[in-house]
Design a protein around this ligand. Structure first.
Ligand code: NAD
Length: 456
């Protein structure tokens, strides 16, 4: 692959072409990052933070332009793209306000004879590899803690959205005019092969967000050099609807939690278990909510198309498999006959765990709902997954919600809302949804080497 032809999922038109980085260019990017590390890591953290605050201003200035690139290249509505850009501004604020505190040396003990201190030292060069579903925001999840803690970076964004990746690069280019030393931030273009090649270089950590399959390969490729790893992977997130839930609010929350970003969110609700007492009422309202989801390219749309034909194929395959095994489609289920990778918001019932759509990550606008006899059965089925990113419980009894939450294997459990990211709180997967945590107190620390300083 010498160049990537970026196709807009809105209408399949060519969005642009971009040259793929050669192996030499990737090697050089790592080398440059390594050379820049000494100067960058020696800077006081306050200086690094003040440069990142400049970054915020640059993003603010360009936010509309960036949102338009996200809209055309990835397909999400412009309001949603703008919200994505805004989330980066919040993230910069969080890191700049909190990380200096989190990275302060901790005195573990001090006596007349000796002193023990825990230091958080910069790691070196961090390879950041990212997906296409939040193509502007996710690169910053890896880049910000790396840079604040004193490491340098090589970013490889997704081959589906290289031009959004380029927007990230442009901002760092502008930041160099404001004082960022050159080569602290480096950028390479490519797909899986280039990502694999980057992982095999002399880097110190891989900060990866993407599929479980790629996460496994990255772990394997990281083994020879024992790279530090953060892996934020996929999910098959369950929702449990209790008999005492506010069904109207629940149906709204669950359907939107499943359809947001056209279901292309790692923590989308991908399966629902409803206790039989409220099943019929839930289905009637979920049907109404699903029909009301506006999809299209216009300003009022709630969701856009899928990212590409490869993603639509998975959605169709999961649906076909389920129907073959007895599932029934209540709403949607088709691709409208028009250019672009569109798929209707879809509600499915009569499902079970023999179907792919209840076991494998779909990453599309499908909401399968299963009737269960009890909360115990719902908990057992919710945990019957290799994944454990988020899970949600819907009940008016918050204490009961908390008790059920403790029984679910997931990195985040929510009560009466869909799973999601909250700045300042840890984010990551249980089971095969990942390793390590981003955001929150532990985020920046996990981008460092912990050093024990022992002074006599
Ligand atoms: P993907 O794994 O196909 O690709 C992600 C990135 O990794 C891309 O840049 C790709 O080029 C690169 N890549 C692929 N294989 C690689 C390899 N063997 N070595 C190195 N790099 C490799 O994922 P995707 O289709 O871009 O994104 C969708 C997936 O991302 C879903 O599974 C979704 O759940 C997950 N995701 C997780 C989170 C989270 O926070 N847990 C957030 C967003 C997306």
């Amino acid at each position: 692959m010498n160049e990537i032809v970026s196709i807009s999922p809105l209408d399949e038109s060519e969005f642009g072409r971009i040259k793929v980085s050669s192996r030499d260019e990737i090697r050089l990017a790592v080398k440059k990052a390594r050379n820049a590390f000494t100067e960058w890591s020696a800077k006081p953290i306050e200086e690094r933070v003040s440069l990142l605050l400049e970054l915020k201003q640059l993003i603010k200035k360009r936010s509309k332009k960036i949102a338009r690139v996200i809209h055309f290249e990835m397909g999400k509505p412009e309001w949603s793209a703008l919200a994505e850009v805004q989330s980066v501004i919040e993230s910069i604020d969080f890191h700049c306000n909190n990380d200096p505190q989190y990275l302060k040396p901790v005195t573990l003990s001090r006596t007349k004879k000796e002193q023990h201190v825990q230091l958080f030292e910069p790691l070196g060069v961090i390879g950041v590899i990212t997906p296409w579903n939040f193509p502007f925001a996710i690169p910053f999840d890896g880049v910000l803690p790396s840079l604040v803690s004193g490491s340098t970076v090589v970013l490889k964004p997704s081959e589906q959205t290289p031009f959004v990746g380029l927007e990230v690069k442009k901002i760092f280019d502008e930041l160099e005019d404001k004082g960022l030393p050159s080569n602290v931030f480096n950028f390479v273009v490519g797909g899986k092969d280039e990502g694999k090649f980057l992982v095999k270089q002399d880097i110190d950590m891989v900060s990866f967000v993407g599929s479980r399959k790629a996460g496994i390969e990255i772990m394997r490729d990281s083994a020879p050099k024992l790279h530090r790893l953060i892996l934020e992977l996929g999910g098959k997130d369950p929702a449990i609807v209790c008999e005492d839930a506010d069904i109207e609010k629940t149906a709204h929350g669950v359907v939107h939690g499943a359809m947001r970003n056209c279901g292309q969110v790692c923590c989308s609700i991908e399966r629902v278990y409803v206790v039989r007492e409220v099943y019929d009422e839930f289905i009637a309202l979920a049907e109404k909510e699903t029909r009301a989801i506006k999809f299209g390219a216009g300003k009022n749309a709630y969701i856009g198309p899928l990212i590409g034909e490869f993603q639509r194929k998975i959605v169709k395959e999961h649906l076909r498999d389920a129907i073959k095994k007895g599932a029934r489609v209540l709403v949607g289920g088709r691709s409208p006959k028009r250019k672009g990778f569109w798929f209707e918001p879809t509600l499915v019932v009569n499902v079970n765990h023999k179907m792919k759509l209840m076991k494998e990550e779909t990453f599309g606008p499908l909401l399968p709902v299963m009737k269960v006899k009890s909360i115990d059965e719902a908990v057992r089925l919710a945990n019957d997954s290799i994944y454990g990113l988020t899970a949600s419980i819907w009940t008016e009894d918050r204490e009961k919600g908390k008790r059920i939450a403790r029984r679910l294997f997931a990195g985040t459990v929510t009560v009466n809302r869909r799973g999601g990211v909250k700045e300042g709180c840890p984010w990551g997967g249980a089971k095969q949804s990942g390793i390590g945590r981003q955001m929150g107190l532990d985020s920046v620390r996990s981008y460092t080497e912990i050093k024990h300083l022992w002074i006599k």
